[in-house]
Design a protein around this ligand. Structure first.
Ligand SMILES: [Zn+2]
Length: 429
């Protein structure tokens, strides 16, 4: 396929030839080959597919929430071409056989994927590292969904082991000892934000970054929701990600969202949200990742102390960012860096994250005039709701994964495709 006259994230106009799974040529006036399909991309943006390093696909164990099939379809619609699954499934991915079981489900993936290994008291690093792991994470320096919280000494063990193995560690940082228990008397949705106060995250993030720096290594801070946490990571060699919900939603949305707005870390005050957004724009934040954490409506409709934490997001992240870019609040080149280039570089993914000759043809074509309002009923996640109902979004016209168009928006149709593990797999095991 020859994609003609596309506008890249940095505004340059280029022709892009896709041959097999790869980007073969990026240039000007590229001649059409015999029989080659030509796509006129004049006036449209061509971006690298999103590498979402924080997704909970729920299978095995919680298939009523999401599966590898539904979750990766949802990803493809949103322009995500690589997802990284987290370990709090049942069984949790904390030892080799659990990894193998999850890996067999991942055969249903429509897009490429990585599988993270978890750290709990019961983890077995030897058998885990015998598998093609993506990274360690998310390691909970706090109790969270799936009861996978760990203490500091185990965290330090995990840091050491990850350094030996040459893989990153993604950290969920919230210090439970500073939660505000007086908020537990309340029953409104905002009580969750009051309870899991910002200081709990700031303190745990600073600690995680310091522990890593002491060992001459780094961590990747998951879903930073406060400006102080982002700055703490930026002061060390550590990196951080921000979710679209912490960029775009705040406590003032909780009246409307109710328990559907409960997640960890929780939504913060509007003035903090603005400072988080500023740091996304100015380059202090390294990555946007979704923390796609689907639960059914029925589960979410419980009281604030009983509803599970987490919101779906893999389908709406890039479209929301593209709508911001269209409005001029965020550059298209920043969107590319946050969603593709930086995650690929931080997690060491060769041939992902950019439109360059020799890279995988993981691409999205976007018509930025095609603005939609997000509607839950149009989404492809199994759970059928979103915290972004009514928000402006620009969905990709199509999404290509390793040279194959896997989703077309006009027809709302998927093409069969086999996602691959982004970490090399031994054929002899
Ligand atoms: Zn998570």
């Amino acid at each position: 396929m020859l994609i003609r006259n596309a506008t890249l994230a940095d505004g340059r106009h280029r022709d892009v030839r896709v041959a097999g799974e790869d980007i073969e040529t990026v240039g000007h006036g590229v001649e059409r080959c015999d029989g080659e399909r030509v796509v006129d991309a004049t006036g449209k943006r061509l971006l690298p597919g999103m590498v979402d390093v924080h997704v909970h696909l729920r299978e095995p164990g919680f298939e009523h929430k999401e599966t590898w099939e539904t979750g990766t379809r949802s990803a493809a619609v949103g322009g995500v071409t690589t997802v990284v699954d987290q370990p709090n499934t049942r069984p949790p991915t904390v030892e080799g056989p659990a990894f193998d079981r999850k890996r067999s489900h991942a055969d249903d993936a429509l897009v490429d994927f990585g599988i993270n290994g978890g750290v709990t008291e019961h983890w077995d690093p030897d058998s885990l590292f015998d598998r093609p792991l993506f990274a360690l994470g998310e390691v909970f320096l706090a109790d969270s969904t799936g009861e996978m919280g760990i203490d500091e000494s185990l965290f330090v063990d995990a840091l050491e082991r990850a350094r030996q193995e040459g893989v990153p560690v993604t950290v969920h940082a919230e210090d439970e000892s500073v939660f505000d228990h007086s908020a537990r008397e309340r029953t409104d949705a905002d009580a969750w934000s009051a309870y899991r106060r910002a200081d709990a995250e700031i303190r745990a993030t600073r600690r995680a970054c310091a522990l890593a720096a002491d060992r001459d290594t780094r961590v990747h801070i998951a879903h930073a929701s406060t400006p102080e946490s982002i700055d703490a990571a930026a002061r060390t060699a550590s990196t951080c990600e921000v979710t679209p919900h912490h960029m775009l939603l705040s406590r003032r949305h909780l009246d409307e969202l109710g328990t559907h707005g409960r997640m960890n870390p929780p939504l913060r005050r509007e003035r903090h949200r603005r400072k988080v957004f500023e740091r996304v724009v100015d380059g202090t934040v390294d990555v946007v990742a979704t923390d796609h954490a689907p639960h059914t409506r029925q589960e979410k409709d419980a009281g604030i102390w009983d509803a599970p934490s987490g919101v779906p997001g893999v389908e709406t992240a890039l479209p929301l960012l593209l709508a911001q870019a269209r409005q001029g609040t965020l550059g298209f080149d920043r969107v590319r860096d946050l969603t593709a280039r930086n995650p690929a570089a931080i997690f060491g993914l060769p041939r992902k994250g950019g439109i360059e000759e020799g890279n995988h043809a993981d691409l999205v074509l976007v018509d930025t005039d095609d603005v939609e309002h997000i509607r839950a009923t149009d989404l492809h996640t199994n759970v059928g709701w979103t915290p972004f109902e009514g928000h402006e979004a620009v969905f990709p016209e199509w999404t290509m994964c390793r040279g194959q168009v896997v989703y077309r928006r006009g027809r709302d149709s998927f093409e069969p495709h086999q996602g691959e593990n982004v970490r090399r797999e031994n054929s002899d095991r």
